[in-house]
Design a protein around this ligand. Structure first.
Ligand code: SF4
Ligand code: SF4
Length: 92
């Protein structure tokens, strides 16, 4: 059971789902999640492995990282914009 439970403006229960991790082997470093996050959680980093990703592409040299998880408010805007579905969100 989630320990952090909020309310919408209308008073309905809302359970935040916080960004926990990003699968760097699926992430293509597109930056969409970064653009929609208002909480300074994410940062592009150098791809920490060599060669192709799991799609068989050499996808470039950047992937997204959860640089400041303590800032996340669990809104899931980043998940909605990620075409690769490489993020994991959790209730806490
Ligand atoms: S869930 Fe919201 S606050 Fe957390 S990283 Fe994604 S967009 Fe940012
Ligand atoms: S939207 Fe998805 S694929 Fe794009 S940088 Fe963010 S986590 Fe990676």
């Amino acid at each position: 059971m989630a320990s952090i439970v909020g309310r919408t403006r209308g008073g309905a229960e809302w359970i935040p789902r916080f960004l926990d991790s990003i699968d760097i082997h699926k992430c293509i470093g597109c930056g969409r999640c970064y653009k929609v996050c208002s909480q300074n959680v994410l940062a592009l980093i150098e791809k920490p492995f060599e060669g192709e990703d799991e799609y068989g592409d050499d996808m470039g040299n950047k992937v997204m990282s959860v640089a400041h998880p303590e800032n996340c408010i669990g809104c899931e805007a980043c998940a909605k914009t990620c075409a690769k579905k490489c993020q994991t969100h959790i209730e806490v």
